[in-house]
Design a protein around this ligand. Structure first.
Ligand code: ARG
Length: 587
């Protein structure tokens, strides 16, 4: 199903073509003056210049051709040659009915050709607590995962778990020094205990301690390095211990992500790419892409004509270790083998931009991917009021778990203030508070464009007024309660017709969803869907204020307005779901 804008675009293109004008100029957009028209086309201006014709005259001839189109109730030429289009009530009703009947897509459309897409997001690390730095990546990645899947692509969301490297050696040493893991420190083949000698609390306590100690104490650092090398070399006891670290961390992380409505199809770790590294390095050396330089192996990534100058990718350090970039490069190779992707989208902080550009250029040189297949969908940060990445009052990074707890507390408080959900059972109230908390955090994040940074302000995010998640949930619940009331009265939705200005506006808004979704997809920009959701909620609100639904005088009007309300709800919930937000049934 196509939207009105596209349908009318085709009609306008045909009319221009009949006047001998290249149809490509005939773009139709939403009107700048909604008080005068619904859509407009400015094509006559550019076309007239090329044809050396008078734009107003050309526009007049095109308008004359369009005037007979039954979908248009008025076609007017304005200013120097704009064509203003007003859609007929019947055409609007027809489109609204199409949206209402479209349970799967709520008026949006699928991509012409489905692709295989890996979305690499969140990137949590073993033992290091998740903090707000991971928040945007998680929220944006989850939304893009849903959006790409919604439009028909085959999508794998991959957590790309940070389970490898120096931090693992640090943990082995720290846990060993506490005497908790003696059984694992023995050399030899094992067997080793199959229950974890450490809890998550142990890991979270030991990791920062060990990281700090390694900065000052070279001896300690060397032991951690050695443990890292032995782990990576396959020492069985270390491997067994490490598997416990990974499992304990992952269980906790999945719980936290779950609370935020974030899930993954793959929990591949950086370690999973490790077996590919020796072979990969060998081939890169043979191909002459890897060069030996000051004791290390590097790949130069400054091709001639490359705009951005970057240092070489460090493939193997002078100590013989694989690096962060090595792992990412090998992961591309692995994804080529496992998913045979058409696109890998990395939802990662913009501050890792140079890293990804290095990795991508190396991957193109190595032939693992073509330049349209790797993309860093960079995100800005969530900042404190000082404009720097958010810190707690004590100056530490805020843990995700604490953020969610804070948000839930605030949600409960706000619901009580607003006297919402007061007479509902405890468990349902708690569920509502969780949904409000998640909606507040996610909408605050996703209503900002992906690349800009924004300031953390829980009070504002949690307000039931303004452009917020809680406002949108409240509007959703309002429609649900209207539909429940209708059902209780035995009133049914009927065929849609459109008369009142507020009805027209609501249908035009419903029509615009398709474009919002496809633009959001093309630009990896969930904020366009957030904007649409807000606009739809407002448009519904105005409709509801101006047009009585159950109290309308004719039964057909009641049926039509109920159907319109149902369509609005369906699209609003679809949009929210694309943002990763669930709405409660009541509050
Ligand atoms: N674990 C990394 C970090 O915490 C992020 C991983 C991002 N993804 C990737 N493929 N490098 O910074």
């Amino acid at each position: 199903m196509t939207d009105l804008r596209t349908d009318l675009g085709e009609a306008v293109a045909a009319a221009f073509a009949a006047e001998g004008v290249d149809a490509a100029v005939a773009r139709v957009t939403a009107s700048d003056r909604p008080d005068l028209a619904d859509f407009q086309s400015n094509g006559a201006l550019a076309a007239a210049k090329a044809l050396k014709a008078n734009p107003r005259e050309l526009a007049g001839r095109v308008a004359e051709r369009l005037a007979v189109d039954p979908r248009l109730s008025a076609v007017e030429v304005a200013g120097p040659g704009f064509i203003n289009l007003k859609v007929s009530d019947d055409a609007l009703a027809h489109r609204a009915q199409g949206v209402a009947d479209d349970a799967a897509l709520a008026g949006a459309s699928k991509v012409a050709e489905a692709r295989k897409v890996v979305i690499d997001f969140a990137g949590p690390n073993v033992a290091k607590p998740m903090h707000v730095g991971h928040l945007r990546s998680s929220i944006i990645g989850e939304s893009l995962k849903r959006l790409f899947r919604f439009r028909g692509d085959t999508v794998w969301g991959d957590a790309h778990f940070g389970d490898w490297g120096f931090q693992m050696g640090l943990l082995i040493v720290a846990v060993g020094d506490e005497g908790k893991a003696d059984a694992f420190l023995a050399e030899g083949e094992g067997p080793f205990p199959d229950h974890s000698p450490v809890t998550l609390e142990d890991l979270e306590r030991l990791y920062p301690m060990a990281a700090a100690k390694a900065k000052e104490d070279t001896d300690y650092r060397d032991r951690a390095r050695k443990a890292t090398a032995e782990l990576q070399g396959g020492r069985p006891g270390y491997r067994a211990l490490w598997r416990h670290f990974v499992a304990v961390s992952r269980t906790a992380l999945e719980r936290e992500f779950g609370a935020l409505g974030v899930t993954f199809d793959l929990w591949n770790g950086e370690s999973d790419a490790d077996p590919l590294i020796p072979g990969m390095v060998e081939v890169l050396k043979q191909k002459g892409l890897a060069e030996f330089d000051q004791g290390a192996w590097i790949i130069r990534v400054n091709e001639e004509g490359e705009k951005r100058e970057l240092p070489p990718l460090l493939l193997v350090s002078s100590e013989g270790s694989a690096m962060y970039g090595t792992t990412d490069l090998a992961t591309i190779l692995q994804r080529r083998q496992d998913q045979d992707f058409d696109l890998v989208l990395y939802c990662v902080d913009a501050r890792q931009g140079d890293h990804f550009e290095q990795v991508f250029r190396a991957a193109y040189k190595a032939g693992y991917a073509t330049p349209d297949q790797l993309e860093h969908a960079a995100n800005g940060t969530m900042n404190g009021s000082d404009g720097k990445p958010f810190k707690t009052r004590a100056g530490g990074v805020l843990k995700l778990h604490d953020l969610i707890t804070q948000a839930r507390d605030k949600a409960r408080e706000r619901l009580k203030e607003a006297e919402l959900g007061a007479d509902l059972p405890e468990a349902e109230f708690e569920d509502i508070a969780s949904k409000v908390a998640v909606a507040a955090l996610k909408f605050a994040d996703l209503s900002n464009s992906r690349t800009t940074s924004y300031v953390f302000d829980l009070d504002r995010f949690m307000s039931f007024e303004g452009k917020t998640g809680p406002y949108l949930l409240y509007q959703t619940v309002r429609i649900k309660s209207l539909l429940r009331k209708a059902e209780a009265q035995g009133v049914l939705a009927g065929p849609i017709f459109v008369k009142e200005p507020a009805e027209r506006d609501l249908v035009l808004t419903l029509d615009a969803f398709d474009q919002a979704v496809s633009d959001a997809y093309d630009k990896r920009a969930p904020h366009l869907i957030a904007e649409h959701a807000y606009r739809l909620a407002q448009s519904f609100s105005k409709f509801y204020a101006a047009c009585p639904v159950l109290a309308a005088s004719e039964p057909e009007t009641v049926g039509s307005r109920l159907a319109l309300s149902g369509a609005a709800l369906q699209q609003l919930e679809t949009a929210l779901r694309l943002l990763g937000i669930e709405s409660p049934d009541r509050m």
